[in-house]
Every structure is written in C-alpha cells, then in structure tokens.
Write a protein that binds this ligand. Structure first.
Ligand code: MN
Length: 744
C-alpha cells in the first residue's frame, strides 16, 4: 500500500480519531482531539482555494503524519501548523505552549519559520543551501517530517491553484522537498512528491510515460500477478514465512531514466518488480537462491545492499531476472526490519535516549550516528518513538536570507559585514548599517540561521573602516576591504604605513641615522618587490603585506647597513640571547633558506606536519609552498630543470616556537583507511577520534571491492608524533586492514 492508497482510508476527523484510539501506540487521544478542536476554532471562516473549509488541510496533514507513525506531539503540531501564521490575532506560540506544552510549541514554531522561507523559483545552485538550511533550522527532525506531510497534501491539492503558483510549488517540491525525503530515507513520500511535481512541470511527458506504462501494463496485465503466484508457491515449498508484493515503477523514475540516460521505454528492466519480505537475513539469501533457480538472471544486475547498506541505511538484495514470456523484472528481497527502514527511513529507526536534549557536542553527534548504524534492536518502541530527535548537521555554517529570499551560506560566527561583502563588494563598501528581521542591528552582530538580513547602503558612505579588518571572519571580506583601502586611501595608507615602519625601526637597539633609515626602507621595499618606499608604506597601510615579511626584510637591511653587532661589542650575553629569540620567532614555524618569517603555505597534496622532512617551492606570488620531501609532486618537480631555481631549503622552526604555540596549530592530514566493510566500522572510527579529541574535518567512504571499503578522513594533526599516535589507534580498530597517508 502506498501513501496514495491511504488517501481514501480516512475520511476526515472521525476516521482519524478512530485510528488513533484503536492504535497499539500509546497516543494521547484527548490531547490530539483538543489540538484539532482548537485549530478548527482558529481556522473558522477560512477557506482553501478549492472552497473547502481550511481545517480540511490540517486534518489531512495530521492523517499523513499519523500514517508515518509519528507521535502525539507531532500530530498536535500538524493540526496547529498553520495557526500562528494564519490567525495572528487569535493565537501565538505562548498560548500554544500553555495549552499543549513546550514540545508542541517548538514544533509549531519550527514549521512557522519554515513557512516564511520563500524558495520558489530559485536557481539550482541555491537549492542545496536551502535544503541544508531547512535541516539546520529544524533542530528537531520531526519538524521536517511534518513539513513534508504538509507539502504532500498541498501537492495533492495543487490542481486548483493558478498556473504560475503550481509551477513554482512543483519546482520547489522537486528540488527541495523530494530530495529531503530521499535523504531521510522516506521512499514513498519521495516518490509521490516527485510524481505529483512532474505532472505539473511536464504534463505532456508525464502523460506520455503514463500512457506507455498503461499500454505495457495493459498488455501484460496479469504478469505481476502470475509471477507472484508462481514465486509464492515455490517459496512455500521451502517453509519460509514471507510476504510478497509486486509493483510497477513510478512514472517519475521511468521518466527520469528515459530522459537522463536516454533510454527507450523498452530498455527499462526494472519496470516490473516484486518484493519478497522474510523474517531473517539468512532467509533473504535462501529466497535469492530460489529465485535464481526459477528464473534466468541478467548478469551484472545483482546488488547486495545487505552486506553493504546504502548511506541512508537502505538494506536489500536486488536482482533482475527474465520472467515467463521473456519479460525482465527486478526482485528485491529483504527482512521486515529492513523493509520498515526502507519505507519510513530513519524515522523508523530512532530510539530516544534521555539526556540527549542538551546542546550537542561532537561526541553526541557521533553517538547519534552510531545509534543510527546500530541495527541490533530494530523494534520500535511507540512511547519513545521519534521523541525529541535533534539534528545539528550543519553547525559549522550559518544560512542567512537576503530580503529577496536568497540564501547565503556563511562560515559560523560571520558578521553582518561578512554577509554584506558576500553579496557584493559594493554592498560592503557602501554599508552604513544593517537590519535583522527588520530591526536595526549593529554591523558586527553575528546573524543566526534563518534570519533575514538587510544591508543598508548609502552612496555617500565613507567606505569601510580599518577596524572592520579585525571584525570580519571571512577571508573574502578581508580581501575586499583591503582592496578598497589600497585603491581609495593611498595617502592615508602611506601615513599609516610610514608610522608603522618608523615604530619598528625605532625599536632597534642601535638607532640608524636618518640617511641610513631611508636606505634601509628603500632597500627592503625593493627586495619585497615594490617600486619604492612609498609603495611599501602603502602596502603596510592597507594590510596588503604580512608584517612579519616586512620586519624580517627591514631587520636584514638594518644589519647590513648599520652593522649593529660591530658597534656594540660589550653586551650582556643574556640580552643578545633575548634579541636573538625575538628575531627568530615567526608565525609560520618554517625557516626558508635560513630566513625566518617568510610567507609560506602548506601544500594540499601532501599536508606536511611538523617533524616531516620538508622542502619549499617558490611560487609566483603566493609565497613558498611547503611540501613533504617524499611528495610525488616534489619528485616530479625536482626532475624538471625549469624549476631548478625555485626549490628552497626549508626546515621546521621547532626551536623558537614554544610547545604551547606548536600544539595550538593544527595541520590537515588526509588518511585512507582500507578496511573490511563492517557495519560498526564508521562508528568505531569516529568514536576513536572523538576519544582522542582529534578534530574530524571530513569523512568519505567508497567501495573498493565487494568486501573492502576505503574511508578517506581529513583530521587535524599537531605534529608527526600526534599523527603516529592517531595512526596506531586507528590501526587497532577491528576490520581495518591498512592505513595510508595522503590521497590514494
Ligand atoms: Mn499547511
């Protein structure tokens, strides 16, 4: 039975209440009825475009929510989901909280906020941001489930809306909500949303495929039924407890296959499918053996998602065989538990653990993943079902709206200035103020996900302030601000830069004469690639050059021109030592050809760690790129005579950096873990990393062979010793075969 079929199962509130009262789940029927009556009173006098009383919509949404197996609070929220927005003079979140408790009011709040998101007619590029934002916004995943039910009912009744509205809603459904349903593993929901959306977006294509299906299905009307019969008889002989269903592929999935893979209708093998549901995993394989005995299988179409589940937890055996009359069909075999997960997604899989409500830290997130993977006890406890499942998947990003409804993704803790520059440098440069959700806000405020941010600009704006460079969090904004100062404020930059350099030189032990000073600055400027001293002042003024680079060059010229060592022969040795230590302290922690404080960057191809044997490559304009000595790129580069001049001797500046400084810096390291494909593997790896307090920056898995997978991890590493300890811990995990560093 599909959700489509369930439409007719209920006919309004009486039927729904009967289902709730007779359910094995422990619903609070009194509370649900109260929510219904309250919503009914609030929507009194409101009508849908179709002319029906408005309350018919919340009832339908509550029905779908119930059919998905969600809890009492979710059903109440389904009844109330449109009230705060549509009846602002009669109710608000506080009243709902008083009447139905905090959980319901939080769900309604989440749903109301989502309603405010206008994602219609946005470009595809923005869609992924919107999907992420919807997930990030609904801290409680039940909000998404209810929202999907709301959308499903709106799609079912979309026909009465105006054409442009239909198209916009259908596009949004196809690009945002169907993928969300898919991501949550809700196949029925996804299929129905896609079919409905397609029927509005390409009515002709939809009709064409539907007709083809009808023709084919008409011709072989009894094919599925006959096949079912035949397979059933055989399975019964083996004493397997099973249920068997047949299906014809959805219109949208055939449409997509035909148009995206350029296939003809006849080339679609899985048009017909039967699904065998058994009790145990062992019986799955027994049933598979029986099927392959009865029918000839099509090579290359067998997939074992039981031993290798899909990322959304889907487990099943798939095979395609040739039925009688030469008609190919797909067979899916799975256990009841696997089937439940396939149909209802992770919703079916969650069991509430008390205490999970506190703010999630990384350990909690990891244990959440681990719990999802743990299939040991798949039985659903209706009391705890789906209770307070919180998600915080995209906590490293903030999603903010422009007044037009575009979504801008910013790194966490970005300010309104970052937002302005993310839209356009001209918006940033002319920014004089900002509003969050219509209220004036200080420009250094950090906006929250879901807020609408408006930047107030003025043609007479004086431009960015130098203080902004200290406030902004994104390098993009910083670069744009510097760019502005470089262009617009040369005179001022020169003044600031000159003062800064004067300050540096005045700190020298032996004061240079004015003439010497001029020479020092000019020579340093030339060596830094500038035309003259003024250019250097300008660059320093707008922060266009790293001060460490400037001070190191100035010091070099100072020592060459003034020769302070010869002038002061009698010095306290301690003082010399202090001076020396000061000199060699550098930010990068790298010494290049004996020089400190050079601008360096760490190569992404090999991600060197303190302690690794390294070599530097002088790039054109981007400082010195530090590679591991055994990096394959280095090997190739060293053989190239063109580059001979550009290799620099580099070493780690471990002496001058204190242990504290070193341990603060994290270096990215990529690891490839080759392992047997085991269900607990990912959970064990992430748990081990969390235990060692290693920050996990990315994780990807791919299949290598039937039984082996490769997991690519990027982790934050302090140095080579830290790296070695991470490696030995990971190697000790069950099923791990080997680990290599770098990209495979
Ligand atoms: Mn609604």
């Amino acid at each position: 039975m599909t959700i489509e079929d369930k439409k007719d199962e209920f006919s309004g509130i009486e039927k729904l209440m009967a289902v709730i009262e007779n359910s094995e789940k422990h619903y609070d029927a009194e509370k649900i009825e109260r929510a219904y009556l309250y919503a009914k009173a609030l929507h009194e006098g409101q009508f849908r475009v179709s002319g029906e009383p408005y309350i018919s919509h919340p009832i339908a949404v509550a029905e779908i929510v119930t059919s998905l197996g969600l809890d009492t609070d979710s059903i109440c929220a389904a009844f109330l989901h449109d009230t705060v927005e549509d009846c602002p003079d009669k109710t608000n979140l506080d009243i709902i909280k008083n009447k139905f408790g905090e959980e319901v009011s939080l769900l309604v709040d989440g749903l109301t906020k989502m309603k405010a998101i206008n994602v219609e007619d946005k470009e595809e590029a923005n869609m992924e941001n919107i999907r992420k934002m919807l997930l990030a916004m609904s801290k409680d995943i039940r909000v998404i489930f209810i929202k999907l039910c709301d959308r499903l009912h709106n799609m079912r009744t979309l026909g009465v809306k105006a054409e442009h509205k239909r198209r916009a809603t259908a596009l949004e459904t196809m690009h945002v909500y169907a993928p969300l349903a898919h991501r949550l593993g809700m196949q029925r929901m996804k299929q129905e949303l896609e079919n409905l959306a397609l029927s509005y977006l390409d009515p002709i294509g939809y009709a064409e495929v539907s007709t083809d299906i009808e023709k084919k299905y008409g011709l072989n009307q009894n094919f599925i039924e006959n096949t079912r019969q035949y397979v059933s008889e055989k399975l019964e002989e083996y004493n397997i407890n099973f249920s068997l269903e047949g299906r014809v592929k959805t219109v949208y999935s055939i449409y997509r296959k035909m148009f995206k893979q350029n296939k003809s209708f006849d080339e679609i093998y899985d048009f017909y499918a039967i699904r065998i549901i058994v009790d145990t995993e062992l019986e799955c394989y027994t049933a598979l053996g029986i099927i392959h005995e009865l029918f000839k299988s099509i090579p290359g179409r067998f997939k074992d998602y039981i031993s290798t589940p899909k990322p959304n937890m889907y487990q099943s055996l798939h095979t395609t065989v040739i039925g009688r009359d030469g008609i190919p069909f797909e067979v899916q075999i799975r256990t009841r538990e696997m089937h439940h997960i396939a149909e209802y997604g992770i919703a079916a899989h969650w069991k509430y653990k008390s205490g999970a409500k506190s703010k999630e830290d990384i350990d909690k997130k990891l244990s959440w993943i681990a719990k999802l993977i743990d299939t040991e006890d798949g039985a659903i406890d209706s009391e705890d079902f789906m209770h307070a499942l919180k998600i915080d998947i995209f906590s490293d990003e903030t999603f903010v709206f422009t007044p037009k409804g575009d979504v801008i993704a910013l790194p966490q803790n970005s300010t309104l200035i970052d937002f302005a520059y993310a839209i356009h440098s001209q918006i940033g440069n002319r920014m004089v103020g900002a509003k969050i959700n219509g209220m004036i806000a200080p420009i250094d405020r950090v906006p929250q996900t879901g807020e609408i941010v408006e930047i107030i600009t003025s043609a007479n704006a004086k431009g960015p302030s130098r203080d902004w460079l200290k406030i902004v969090k994104t390098s993009e904004a910083r670069a744009k601000i510097r760019q502005w100062f470089k262009k617009e404020k040369r005179a001022e930059n020169i003044k600031i830069g000159q003062a800064e350099i004067d300050r540096v030189i005045s700190g020298y032990r032996v004061k240079p004469t004015e003439a010497q000073k001029t020479e020092i600055i000019y020579c340093a400027a030339r060596k830094l690639g500038m035309a003259d001293s003024e250019d250097l002042f300008n660059a320093v003024g707008y922060n266009g050059i790293a001060m460490t680079k400037v001070t190191s060059k100035l010091k070099g010229e100072y020592e060459r021109i003034v020769k302070p060592e010869e002038q002061v022969l009698i010095t306290d040795t301690d003082q010399v030592q202090t001076q020396k230590n000061k000199k060699i302290r550098s930010n990068s922690g790298i010494i290049v050809d004996g020089e400190y404080g050079c601008e360096v960057k760490f190569a992404k191809c090999c991600n060197p760690l303190p302690g690794d044997h390294i070599i530097g490559f002088i790039t054109k304009g981007y400082g010195i790129s530090i590679h591991k000595h055994d990096c394959p790129n280095v090997k190739a580069g060293l053989e190239n005579p063109e580059y001979r001049e550009r290799w620099a001797h580099t070493e780690w500046d471990t002496d001058s950096m204190t242990a504290a400084e070193l341990s603060k810096t994290l270096y990215e390291v990529v690891l490839q873990i080759y392992a047997e494909n085991d269900i607990m593997l990912l959970a064990n790896i992430t748990a081990a990393l969390a235990d060692m307090k290693v920050s996990l920056l990315s994780i990807n898995t791919k299949k290598r062979t039937e039984s082996e997978i490769i997991i690519s991890l990027t982790v934050g590493c302090k140095n080579i010793d830290h790296y070695n300890s991470i490696m030995s811990r990971l190697k000790s995990i069950n099923h791990v075969h080997s680990i290599t560093r770098g990209f495979s």
